[in-house]
Design a protein around this ligand. Sequence first.
Ligand SMILES: [Zn+2]
Length: 60
Amino acid sequence: MVKKCEICGNLIPKERVEILPQTKRCVECSRNKGTDFYAKRIDVGMDVDTYKDLIGAIRS
Ligand SMILES: [Zn+2]
């Protein structure tokens, strides 16, 4: 599955899409412009710290 960021047009890493299939933004834009998926973390079933660690791991 390949998705592009709705803001910058860069490809969103597939690992991110797999975990956050509804996301429309790359990690950078989510951080810079505001995430579009914070509500989704409830669905994912993570607390915020775990979630941030996960996103950081994907980004690195
Ligand atoms: Zn982007």
